[in-house]
Design a protein around this ligand. Sequence first.
Ligand code: EPU
Length: 339
Amino acid sequence: MEIKEYINIKPFSSLKVGGQFRYFSVISKIEDLKEAINFAKEKNVKIFVLGGGSNIVFSDGIIDVLALKIEMKGFAVVLESDGYTDIKVGAGEIWDEVVSRTVDMGLSGIESLSAIPGTVGASPVQNIGAYGSEIKDTVTEVEVYEITTGKIFNIENKDCRFGYRDSVFKNEARGRYIIANVIYRLTKSNPSIPKYPDVLKYFEEREIYGPTLSQIREAIIFIRRNKLPNPNEIPNVGSFFKNPIVQNGVADNIKRDFPNAKFFALDDGFTKVPAGWLIENAGLKGKVFGNVSVYDKNALVLVNSGEATSEDVVNARNEIVKVVKEKFGITLEQEPEIV
Ligand code: EPU
């Protein structure tokens, strides 16, 4: 295991923003963790676990951590029954390659999460979600390495405390574990069309009524391609803000001025308001803030026009939050992490 120093962060950031990691190492097997953690202790720096870097805004300057680029691989069927198959997947596998593989195996459960950038290890941290699916519906257990004790054990779904783009790994257990493997339970039953407007429309237009898993995957990839810029071409971190959940009264007030707005009523008096809609209707779609812009095809995404610093990103974010707050009285919350 090799530990490098002063490593440029940009290649590890899908937003292409960030300074340098003080220390950096690639972890390809769980046995390497002990040595890396001892090194960090010796140097008195924190461990930072790096997956795909597709949902993080890294700071400029030197980040005083040992960054561990997790490349622990593996894909194995660990349980098989008439109705379902459990697979155990290494944290360093590329998420979308896993989706593709399970679709080819005829297994349903994660096909709607096609084309999400990043690695398997990030999937439970973030409770990744799209088109009505969230990873909390398929994860059975997460295998972790506990940093302070070196113990390896499994955390069950219920103890992951999944929420909207949230889990125990972002809260109480932050910095405590390194995820080594994730176990997913996928079904052998026929897939159903995700009940999500864009997806329903896609199949209606093509008159496809009982799509196969591959057709659903294709649909999702097609829909995402039109809304989300490819980070390899236009640096971004996907949705930059969470969709705020507000009291019905707040949403009703907005609806008075915008009767055609489509909001989503939840249970017990709350409404989910699309952040993209708020930003667009605050007049910010396509708006350029120096090196950072609001993507012109989807106001929920901020893109780096090439030379942005994290300060540029934070300034653009603050300006957007301010304008949306002034116009609609709702405070947007950032979705990617800042490190
Ligand atoms: N909208 C606008 N203007 C815009 C963008 C969106 O009016 O510029 C409106 C749309 O017309 C639609 C509504 O906002 O009525 C919702 O848009 P969309 O269906 O595209 O989904 P989203 O709420 O913008 C969420 C997730 C995405 C996920 C999609 C599909 C969050 C923060 N984002 O976006 O997740 O792919 O739903 O399920 O929850 C991510 O987390 O990085 C991500 C891309």
